[in-house]
Design a protein around this ligand. Structure first.
Ligand code: ADP
Ligand code: MG
Length: 659
């Protein structure tokens, strides 16, 4: 229903409401307060000097207003409170004068000065004798809290809302009904009102959210994909040509992938494994199986560097098998690109590796059977779907190094099957991590020298902020100079940053990989996936700028074989938080800490699954409600109770928003 049908909402106001995401009366009803001001009334005897407090009194003397300057006035009046007469002064509230009639009750917030019995007020309220709790809303310029309250009150009178929670759950949890809930959430009379209304509304919102995810999961299970006829002996064949033994979790993952690929339902699997846990090999095995079944594979990585690296290492891993692989990124030359397109359509390319360019509309496959996205959390949900749509329901595999606690993963990736790689390849040592102040830089340089002398290489991450158009490279070059001074120009240093051309990056990466360059100074472009096992040390400047999960990812660039590795974090701030990394090398533990400290900032980096769009629920603090809703919706879907329920049929139509 149109907002303008509410008294007092004209075009100007409507636009302001729009900018808050309010377009309809239903939206207005669901525009919940983000907090409440709870009026804590005290008596004047309890008032403490210089501390703000709120008292209630009765006006006993008509107010006097003095206009001191333009836009500046002072109003004084007297009240009786707790059988005592008190002088009240307030600035710039002359417009309240007409409300301050004799014998009228008023609630005053401010500071009391006992010595001259005067109350310096900052706020006045009327007619709140019953309503001591004031909801506080998000606002935009030109729209006050009381205005929005007023509109919401009008909207509530129209009784426009849907009660989504199925009766079985309303009864099970003794929820109040929706009508009561929306009224109480906007006009609570007690703390209990706030509790019972928000609990119910949060549950409803999370129930709907989880319904969509779990519904999607149930549908995905049914989607017919490619059923491959492959012998399980191929795992041995694949394993034999590797130079190391696979870990237990890698083998379990591969077994799962084998089952997914040889059974008809479409694969929709997420492999979640800490950095360095060896996800690439698992993905390569999937590519291999898909190749054997005569289908093409596509692998999408979030950065060109990572795509390039996958291209190299996967080609190496598959060198025995004659799999034709191509690399397609944003900077692939036009001519080469055209050739790749043709070869793809002819089926001359078995595996295409690339960045986002890979999902542009003119990339057509002959028979796309498998789609892999590395560092899945960096892609929007829409993109991953776009790619899946290119083939005949290709199987889909996601790789992610963001070690989210399993339960969170189950919810935000609830529509995917999940495999965890927790075991690290054997022989790996814990990475020794230390936090240093900038003033202790000598110790860091000393350690760097020690590692260089052993023939090892070093990453240095500089504080440069990449997404800045006018890229200031000074800090990076200053670092280079510092190192040249410290190591007497004896050490070859490479610099990698986002503004370099692809070909330039490639040269630097190759020189670093070959050991020609000993130190690689870089912005965070190395954050994901780069693999140079001879690097045993990473030094991160301004470490406080990063979330723990990101730092852990960066740290994962070292410690990639059995050599002892080091991670030195340099920061003058936030040391307490950074020490978590000194304590632990366990990505899952760190992600929980990060989640606690930053509210999952790193985890939900991209606006995933619409999680940022909740009206009242908070995926972090309302976690228990979320889990309950996850269980309940699963039952609800399995029991097919939603069929015939118009609300849920409509939700199913809406599902496009998460997929
Ligand atoms: P990530 O999970 O971070 O993508 P990678 O797949 O890049 O990790 O693997 C990290 C390194 O560990 C690579 O050099 C890879 O060859 C090596 N590796 C993977 N699995 C094993 C294993 N089972 N034993 C020894 N090394 C392994
Ligand atoms: Mg990887």
């Amino acid at each position: 229903m149109d907002l303008k049908s509410i008294k007092g909402i004209a075009l100007g106001t409507e636009q302001k409401l729009n900018s808050l995401g309010i377009y309809t009366i239903e939206n207005l009803v669901e525009f919940y307060p983000y907090r409440y001001n709870i009026l804590n009334l005290i008596t004047i005897n309890e008032a403490k000097e210089d501390e703000s407090c709120t008292i209630k009194g009765v006006v006993v003397d008509a107010p006097k207003v003095q206009y001191i300057k333009r836009n500046f006035n002072r109003m004084t009046f007297k009240i009786i409170t707790n059988k005592q007469m008190v002088n009240v002064t307030i600035f710039n509230r002359a417009f309240f004068k007409q409300h301050l009639t004799l014998n009228k009750e008023v609630v005053i917030t401010g500071k009391y000065k006992r010595i001259n019995n005067s109350f310096m007020a900052s706020d006045l309220k009327f007619n709140i004798s019953e309503n001591k709790i004031e909801p506080v809303y998000h606002l935009v310029e030109g729209l006050s809290n009381s205005q929005i309250s007023k509109y919401i009150k009008e909207a509530l009178k129209l009784n426009l809302y849907y009660d989504y929670i199925p009766t079985i759950y309303t009864e099970k949890y003794h929820f109040i009904n929706k009508e009561a809930a929306v009224n109480l959430v906007h006009e609570p009379k007690s703390i209990q009102d706030i509790k019972s209304s928000t609990l119910r509304l949060k549950y409803e919102e999370l129930f709907n959210f989880m319904f969509k995810i779990n519904y999607l999961k149930s549908i995905n299970k049914k989607v017919e994909g490619i059923k491959r006829d492959l012998s399980s002996n191929y795992l041995n064949e694949f394993q034999e040509q590797l130079s190391f033994t696979l870990t237990k979790d890698q083998l379990i993952c591969m077994q799962k992938i084998y089952e997914d690929l040889t059974n008809a339902p479409r694969m929709n699997r997420l492999i979640l494994g800490d950095v360095g846990s060896g996800k690439t090999i698992v993905a390569t095995y999937a590519i291999y199986l898909n190749y054997l079944s005569k289908h093409q594979s596509a692998l999408m990585a979030p950065t060109e560097i990572l795509a390039m690296q996958h291209y190299k290492s996967i080609q190496e891993l598959l060198s025995k098998f004659n799999i034709k692989t191509a690399l397609l990124t944003g900077s692939t030359k036009k001519k080469e690109k055209e050739q790749i397109m043709l070869d793809l359509q002819d089926g001359k390319i078995d595996l295409l590796i690339g960045t986002h360019a890979l999902i542009s509309d003119n990339v057509k496959f002959k028979s796309l059977g498998l789609v892999i996205t590395d560092e899945q959390h960096r892609f929007g949900v829409a993109q991953r779907n776009n790619l899946s749509e290119k083939g005949l329901a290709p199987d889909v595999l996601y790789l992610s190094a963001t070690p989210i606690p399993r339960t969170y993963a189950l919810t935000i990736y609830g529509d995917l099957d999940l495999s965890l790689i927790k075991t690290k390849p054997t022989g790996r040592k814990e990475i020794i991590t230390k936090v240093y102040k900038e003033s202790d830089i000598k110790e860091v340089l000393y350690k760097m020298l020690e590692e260089l002398k052993l023939g090892h290489q070093i990453y240095v991450v500089s504080p440069l902020i990449e997404d800045n158009d006018t890229l200031d490279l000074k800090s990076i070059f200053a670092l280079e100079e510092k190192f040249n001074l410290a190591f007497k120009n004896q050490v070859k240093i490479g610099i990698l940053h986002g503004k370099l051309k692809n070909s330039e990056k490639e040269i630097i990466m190759n020189d670093f990989k070959s050991g020609e360059l000993k130190i690689l100074i870089s912005t965070t472009v190395i954050e994901v996936g780069v693999d140079v096992p001879n690097t045993t040390m990473i030094v991160i400047y301004n470490a406080e700028r990063f979330g723990l999960a990101t730092l852990h990812q960066l740290r994962g660039r070292v410690g990639r074989n059995d050599m002892q590795s080091y991670c030195y974090l340099i920061s003058n701030k936030d040391v307490e938080r950074l020490k978590v990394l000194e304590e632990s090398n366990d990505g899952f533990y760190i992600s929980e800490k990060d989640f606690e400290m930053r509210g999952g900032g790193d985890l939900f980096g991209n606006k995933q699954s619409g999680s940022a769009n909740f009206k009242i629920a908070n995926i972090k603090t309302d976690y228990q409600i979320l889990m309950q809703a996850a269980l309940d919706t699963e039952d609800y879907i399995n029991s097919k109770l939603y069929i015939g329920n118009v609300y849920y049929e409509k939700l199913i139509d809406d599902i496009s928003f998460i997929n």
